[in-house]
Ligand binder design. Structure first.
Ligand code: HGY
Ligand code: MN
Ligand code: MN
Length: 406
């Protein structure tokens, strides 16, 4: 009889974690906030209560470890993230961390001897409240001093978060090359495709690349009543025109891509002052690096044209860029075999969301699965049926064990 997780134990953990930083039906646990640190303290307690080894690395990544007999064994990582977007959902990331912990407990309960150390990990700042994929890219050695010097969440937020969490040198989290046997992640789909296809499991084939810029249009503060319309250098007008034209550019010329302006801020920000400065948080995504590069160039060119037409200055500061990543064939095969063993219908999917898996893919075979979810995501209403969560956790467990037999 293949191993199965303990649904009641997983459910108890899921409900307990969802109460930490709860905001309505969702959660508000931005990376390294007090709510997030409370969630991590709870996770540490659950890891120790399970009799597993607890580890916190230099980037704050929290892990439970089930050691192999041989100290020289490599590590198979399972996990995701417990940080959330502001006022997000209770499934995004959390399900993957708890399913990983449940997989370790199930293997331990069965006294299964594995040839690898099995590690359930909660990566720091997956969502980018500070840097984005901070913990996973620190663990793989990809995080750079430059990213820490110019974090997309701002230096003050990064410093305050690190101070709260006692993180002093996140670059020290890099694992020795070759020490990782692989990485597997369970996540909700955060979109409609699995439900539309009537599938139980999405086996991710590739994960989009993500570029982000802080754009600022610079004009001149003026009286909103006495300054003739033709005489204004209105930074707000530049930002507004660019947002509309950028969306048109993507839908017309880059149909496989997406773009988002998550924040717009005008300064000085009064009803009766023509805005002097307009700052935009720009993010864009493509599953293909060359297309991501071409889209970046097209967007910056459009921003320059708008600035010139509106007699404005333009400041464009790159806030990070994560490469698209294919998922490892051996991970995809292990997930497919595990889903087949469970009689679950699976389809391949490209991920439009970024995930820690794409960071790990740079240093070891990495892959992930989705379960169907409704209510969108990055909002409190994201939801997954509990049966789907249990299916996903069992596929994660089955793939981890099956991986080692391959
Ligand atoms: O933004 C993303 O795609 C992920 O949820 N961090
Ligand atoms: Mn996530
Ligand atoms: Mn997310």
């Amino acid at each position: 009889m293949p191993l199965r997780i303990n649904p009641a134990r997983l459910r108890a953990d899921f409900d307990a974690l969802a109460r930490i930083g709860a905001a309505g039906v969702g959660v508000h646990r931005p990376a390294l906030s007090a709510n997030h640190l409370a969630a991590r303290a709870w996770l540490r307690e659950r890891i120790l209560a399970a009799g597993l080894e607890f580890r916190q690395d230099a980037a704050g990544n929290h892990s439970g470890i089930l050691r192999a007999a041989s100290p020289a064994a490599r590590t198979l990582l399972l996990g995701s993230h417990t940080d959330s977007v502001p006022h997000g959902g209770r499934f995004d990331g959390a399900l993957g961390v708890l399913a990983a912990l449940e997989a370790l407990r199930t293997v331990q309960d069965a006294s299964l001897e594995l040839p690898v150390h099995l590690e359930a990990i909660d990566f720091t700042d997956e969502e980018g409240a500070l840097v984005g994929l901070l913990g996973s890219r620190a663990l793989t050695g990809a995080l750079t001093p430059g990213e820490l010097a110019q974090p997309r969440g701002g230096l003050a937020a990064l410093r305050d978060g690190f101070a709260r969490a006692g993180i002093t040198d996140p670059l020290g989290a890099a694992r020795p090359p070759g020490s990782l046997a692989g990485f597997l992640e369970l996540h909700i789909e955060q979109g409609p495709r699995l439900i539309e296809a009537g599938a139980d499991i999405g086996i991710v084939s590739a994960i989009v690349g993500i570029g982000s810029f802080r754009l600022a249009f610079g004009g001149r503060a003026d009286h909103a009543g006495t300054t003739p319309m033709h005489a204004r250098r209105d930074a707000g007008r530049g930002a507004a025109e660019f947002m509309v034209r950028a969306r048109g550019l993507v839908t017309r010329d880059f149909p496989g891509c997406v773009i988002n302006f998550g924040r717009a801020a005008f300064e000085p920000g009064a009803y009766n002052i023509v805005p002097e400065r307009a700052e935009l948080a720009l993010e864009f995504r493509s599953p293909v690096q060359a297309e991501l590069d071409a889209l970046e160039a097209a967007l910056l060119g459009e921003a320059r044209r708008v600035a010139a037409a509106c007699h404005l200055e333009l400041e464009a500061v790159k806030q990070g860029c994560v490469a698209p990543a294919p998922c490892a064939p051996e991970a995809r095969a292990a997930f497919a075999a595990a889903a087949d063993d469970l009689g679950l219908r699976h389809i391949p999917l490209v991920s439009g969301a970024g995930h820690d898996t794409q960071a790990l893919a740079a240093v070891c075979p990495a892959g992930m699965i989705f379960i169907p979810s409704t209510g969108g995501s990055h909002n409190p209403g994201e939801f997954a049926e509990w049966e789907a969560c249990v299916n996903g956790a069992n596929v994660l467990l089955g793939a981890a064990i099956g991986w080692l037999d391959r």
